[in-house]
Write a protein of this length. Structure first.
Length: 260
């Protein structure tokens, strides 16, 4: 998706949300502030982490779709800024729209702060709005940078010497058959069996049973709403893909004539 399409998506999302939130007051001079954030992490990791951080900053989810997510905050009964103190920023009724894209191997997040139509601003209020919106964007940027570094360090520490990612779900990390060697078996069939927690010589029925257990354990949907760290969700997705691929190879192996 191009940056132009992301900008269009932002405009559509903000317009639609403001239309739903409009009250009977007179339109004011709507004020907005836009910033672009970037991360080397994939969107499937960045988006839930950013959403959690925004909720910690008292933003409530108002609308969401595949491309954008909109949040709202503040006292919707206000028609003007009560003052120009930092505390007043958090009671000002605002919409924050976050639109997501991936470009050149990195995640791109476009944040747009928008005031509501019925709130009026003086020139000094507009300056205050821009300064506080910019400060909040910088705070979110710092969070994202720290999260990216922390996640990167954990991922680097979870790589084994053979190129596989080491984590608690790998058989050698104590989650599969006991007494297994630290290295994966050289035989690819034994490696696939080990991935399912099975010993060499396991039957197809045992493979099917182990596969069902692994799917229930590692399916990413199980982690939804469980307050699980995003990097663990990413690892579960990776593990689930490995399990499915191993099961498919084992099915092909057992379908050969010597196993029929």
């Amino acid at each position: 998706m191009t940056t132009l399409l992301v900008v269009i998506a932002i405009s559509i999302s903000v317009a639609a949300l403001l239309h739903r939130l409009r009250n009977s007051g007179s339109p004011g001079n709507m004020v907005a502030w836009t910033a672009t954030l970037r991360s080397a992490l994939p969107l499937r990791v960045v988006r839930p982490a950013l959403g959690r951080q925004l909720r910690d900053l008292h933003w409530e989810t108002a609308a969401t779709d595949y491309v954008c997510e909109s949040f709202r905050r503040g006292d919707r009964n206000l028609t003007r800024l009560p003052g120009r103190h930092d505390d007043h920023w958090f009671v000002l009724p605002l919409i924050l729209t976050a639109c997501f894209d991936e470009a050149n191997g990195e995640s791109v997040v476009i944040l747009r702060f928008t005031s509501l139509r019925w709130v009026t601003f003086s020139d000094a209020d507009i300056q205050f709005f821009h300064e506080l919106a910019d400060a909040e964007c910088k705070s979110i940027t710092r969070f994202l940078e720290q999260f990216t570094r922390r996640h990167g360090d954990e991922c680097r520490g979870n790589h084994a010497g053979n190129g596989h990612r080491r984590h608690r779900w790998y058989p050698k990390d104590g989650d599969a058959r006991s007494g297994q060697d630290a290295a994966h078996p050289a035989d690819p069939i034994e490696a696939d069996l080990a991935l399912l927690g099975l010993n060499p010589g396991a039957t197809m029925e045992q493979v099917k049973k182990a596969y069902r257990v692994a799917c229930r354990k590692y399916h990413p949907d199980r982690l939804t709403g469980q307050n699980v760290e995003p990097y663990l969700v990413e690892l579960a997705v990776q593990r689930f893909k490995e399990v499915v691929a191993a099961y498919q190879r084992l099915c092909e192996h057992f379908a050969q004539p010597q196993h029929a």
